[in-house]
Design a binder for this molecule. Structure first.
Ligand code: 9MR
Ligand code: 9MR
Length: 871
């Protein structure tokens, strides 16, 4: 029985019972809590999916002794997430230690810490995330013994064509990549730096004493400001010029690039035309930053302020909203009108300079915005709150009392609404809505709560902010951390081009994913950019929410870079004057024709070509078996495996599977390699082959991503060889509307890193089956054909030819154009780093027998254990 992990055969169930019996390690995912830690004085509330348990205790993880005993709340019916449960409150337990919750009748929770520095690690990680996003620099991230590294990318930014200077470049390296993509957007930098600078203004006394993992560690600036400076260094050249205050809306490729490392992402980046929202955000960021940097470098602070002044003066002269013309670009829009951005800019200009005209500008604008002047929840499109908070906190004189009073009332009203939402939610979430990026919104509203607390001190405001941190670290409808690298079962497959193109199984750590865009649709698969991407504005909000919980730590992470990897984008010349005559090379051949040298004898060893119209494998090479489907046991549907009415290469049949609606980890289709009817599964020795090849296409409107997993004795529990099973070696496969042949050498398969990771190599001598899996929430209708073993020398991808260097550029930045010089071909040979799906966050619906429910609980515990020990 090899159906991944959730529909168990009886023999496997017995094995699980034996293995999982001691409750000591089987954390129950029905207990949802911040699984990282709590400061002693703060609120500590968890949620339990039970409508019957009444008592709980908090026990020492060292000796199981009871540190606190309490009673659960009555039932909380949370219509937003369609879950019912009870809350438990152990806020009065303040003794430092490592604990777990024990809820008789439910189980135990993961361990967590109570202590002053309990959230330091989460804070350090969210800052590490920013560092890891640095553009124009090699990046080395080391966290808990694992190192992620990429060479410097995007050193050739960027072309001024859309600013009317065709072929002219201007350096704009630095900055953080926006998100899972490699572009940089001024509007989103606004809310990002706005929140980071607010955290600095509130907590610089603490934050300046906390070393961060970055190359400038311990230098002239506090580490926190060094990280911020990386972004500011990019922003300055986004201004048209010192004489023209307009600010380019973004620096971006014309379209999103593929999942390649930064140094292999070569398409030209362009400065986009200006917009007034971006221009105003630029003013606000630089004026605010000028204050932060003044104590450390007055000249730099003046540079920032001078740039802000030029753009502010331009805005004053040009009061009409102007949307950036982004018609040439398919990348992120961040389109927004400017009233809120202009208000924020005016507030920061006033606070930095004391300019009475700026004060008047702010007050007029914020009053004109009416109820929109203060928002309970906000994001990049709605930054007035940043200005309001600066204004209310300002010690400067001259404020209009009526404006102050109206804003105070509005801030408190907004915060009270958040408290009410929090109280209605089983998980303490401060708003019922879910949309793209709403995880970030939750953390960001801590600004509103903190501001209300300053106006009308009330402990509940701090509690609601703390509850958002809890939500993001695991007290949520998924029972999973939303931050890579920390907490229980954190995201493993964020939509992140760096993580998706490197050789590490685990993603870069320290990233808050966007979260469900509906109450139930968060999906930990790379393809789900709407729910599982990462973004700087979300991390900045998380940093803000955590900053107040940080205690100075003595242990400094010591920065050590690994050797840089060379960029494959061609040489970069720096330091000269900008060439003017260069034109973009046009001769680059796209890398669509990757070819492989496998099967040199021309006869792929076919496992099944489906042409006989049945679902048994071809009886050759000693193979026996059939196609089968499997799923996570939730209430989705799968049709198939079907013998389709058409196949690849105009053949008669393929195998087709249609599926939708699985919510935990999805499902898959597999093919057995050595199973004779009802007899037990046997392994198949494929060591004479060098890999796999098959054809795939999707019939859905958009491309679909699958994980091809090798179910082998290394990772399959029934083999009794593995101790932490189901961490199958896998490779990611993209299916598009057209049939594509995919060829994968064994070296392309990797484990995703839970359980006890094996040696890096898959052992093809003992395969049970091949499984193509899809993820939770994924709707699939796809076909496979000509599934075969590859033979001959290990396949080698051949990229397209290089592009042609521009001629005519003088010194400075000759524009060397694309041509990925042998990077990934369309066949996925070189695209092996990404791993997808396959985790075993098993869950079966509770509708089965009581015994079934029990077994599920054990399975869950085991799966959590695997995930935890794999971190
Ligand atoms: O990868 C892109 C991600 O960063 C964006 O947030 C998202 C929405 O704009 O788009 C993603 O790119 C996808 C594109 O929109 C459509 N083709 C597939 C791309 C990669 O998944
Ligand atoms: O965070 C942005 C979200 O609010 C928008 O709804 C969404 C669609 O416009 O875009 C998100 O921003 C993406 C940006 O456009 C491109 N880089 C990735 C960002 C995060 O998904």
């Amino acid at each position: 029985m090899l159906r991944n992990c959730c529909r168990f055969s009886s023999s496997l169930v017995v094995a699980l019972l034996v293995v999982a019996a001691p409750s000591a390690f089987a954390a129950n995912s029905d207990i949802r809590l911040n699984s990282v830690g709590y400061q002693p004085a703060r609120m500590k509330v968890a949620s339990v999916l039970t409508t019957s348990a009444t008592a709980f205790s908090v026990r020492s993880a060292i000796d199981d002794s009871v540190a606190f005993a309490g009673t659960l709340s009555g039932n909380v019916v949370d219509a937003v997430v369609a879950q019912s449960g009870r809350r438990l409150d152990f806020s009065t337990l303040t003794t430092p230690g490592t604990y777990y919750l024990d809820v008789p009748g439910v189980g135990r929770s993961p361990n967590f810490v109570i202590g002053d520095g309990a959230l330091n690690e989460a804070y350090l990680l969210s800052m590490l995330g920013l560092y890891g996003w640095r553009a124009g620099s090699q990046v080395t991230v080391t966290w808990k013994g694992t190192t992620w590294h990429h060479g410097a990318g995007h050193l050739r930014d960027g072309l001024l064509d859309y600013l009317g200077q065709v072929g002219v470049t201007r350096e704009a390296t630095h900055g953080w990549y926006d998100a899972g993509d490699y572009n940089k957007y001024v509007v989103n930098a606004g809310v990002t730096l706005g929140m980071l600078l607010k955290a600095w203004e509130e907590h610089s006394a603490t934050l300046s004493g906390v070393p961060l993992w970055l190359p400038e560690q311990g230098g002239k600036f506090p580490d926190y400001l060094d990280e911020i400076k990386w972004e500011l260094d990019w922003l300055l050249p986004m201004q048209y010029s010192a004489a023209d205050g307009r600010v380019s809306h973004k620096l971006s490729g014309l379209d999103f690039s593929g999942f390649v490392p930064p140094a292999a992402d070569c398409p030209a980046h362009y400065y986009a035309p200006y917009g007034t929202a971006a221009t105003a955000d630029f003013v606000a960021m630089l004026a605010e930053a000028s204050r932060a940097f003044t104590p450390y470098d007055a000249a730099l602070a003046t540079t920032y302020l001078d740039a802000a002044k030029v753009s502010y003066a331009w805005l004053v002269k040009n009061p009409a909203n102007h949307d950036a013309d982004l018609s040439a670009f398919k990348t992120g829009g961040y389109g927004t009108t400017d009233p809120d951005d202009r208000a924020w800019a005016a507030a920061e200009m006033w606070e930095t300079t004391g300019d009475a005209a700026a004060l008047k500008d702010f007050e007029t604008r914020i009053t004109g915005m009416g109820a929109k002047g203060v928002a309970a929840t906000f994001d990049w499109g709605d930054v007035a709150d940043l200005g309001v908070v600066t204004y209310l906190r300002s010690p400067r004189s001259g404020k209009a009392p009526a404006v102050v009073s109206a804003l105070k009332t509005a801030v408190v009203g907004a915060a009270n609404g958040l408290v009410a939402n929090h109280d209605a939610s089983l998980y303490g979430r401060l708003m019922p809505n879910h949309w793209w990026g709403s995880n970030g919104v939750l953390a960001r509203s801590c600004l509103v709560l903190n501001a209300a607390n300053e106006v009308t001190p009330n402990a509940r405001y701090a509690e609601v902010c703390a509850a958002q941190v809890d939500y993001l670290l695991g007290r949520n409808q998924y029972g999973r951390s939303q931050v890579t690298g920390i907490g229980v079962a954190p995201p493993m497959f964020p939509h992140d081009r760096r993580s998706g193109s490197d050789a590490q199984g685990a993603p870069y750590p320290g990233y808050l994913v966007g979260g469900g865009s509906s109450a139930t649709n968060w999906s930990d698969i790379q393809a789900s950019y709407e729910t599982n991407e990462i973004a700087i504005n979300w991390n900045a909000a998380l940093t803000y929410a955590l900053a107040g919980a940080v205690t100075p730590s003595a242990a400094a992470p010591s920065f050590e870079a690994v050797t840089d990897a060379p960029s494959s984008c061609g040489a970069v010349t720096t330091g000269g004057t900008t060439g003017t005559g260069g034109t973009t090379g046009t001769g680059g051949t796209p890398n669509t024709g990757g070819t492989f040298s496998g099967n040199t004898d021309g006869t792929p060893d076919v496992i099944d070509d489906l042409e006989d119209g049945d679902l048994a494998v071809l009886p050759q090479g000693g193979r026996k078996g059939r196609w089968y489907v499997f799923d996570d046991g939730t209430t989705g549907t799968t049709t198939g495996p079907l013998s389709s009415a058409d196949g690849a290469n105009k053949s008669k049949h393929s195998v087709e599977v249609i599926s939708r609606g699985f919510t935990v980890w999805g499902g898959g289709v597999g093919v057995q390699l050595n199973k004779d009817g009802a007899a037990a599964w046997q392994t198949y020795d494929a060591s004479q082959y060098t890999g796999l090849r098959f054809r795939i296409r999707t019939k859905t409107a958009t491309p679909s991503t699958f994980s091809l997993m090798l179910v082998s004795a290394q990772t399959q529990p029934e083999s009794k060889l593995c101790t932490s099973c189901f961490d199958h070696f896998l490779a990611t496969v993209q299916a598009t509307a057209d049939w594509q042949e995919v060829i994968l050498p064994w070296s392309a398969f990797r484990q995703q890193g839970f359980g006890s990771p094996l040696s890096a190599r898959v052992e093809p001598s003992a395969l049970y089956a091949l499984q193509w899996q899809w993820g939770a929430g994924q709707t699939v209708d796809f076909e496979l054909d000509d599934v075969a073993f590859a033979r001959g020398p290990s396949p080698v991808a051949q990229g397209g030819a290089g592009g042609v260097s521009a001629t005519g550029g003088k010194s400075g930045h000759p524009i060397t154009t694309a041509g990925n010089g042998g990077a990934a071909g369309a066949a996925s040979g070189a695209d092996s780093g990404q791993v997808l799906g396959g985790g075993c966050n098993c869950r079966t619906s509770r509708s089965g027998s009581e015994l079934g429910g029990l077994l599920v609980a054990f399975a869950l515990g085991l799966s959590l254990l695997r995930r935890r020990t794999g971190r």
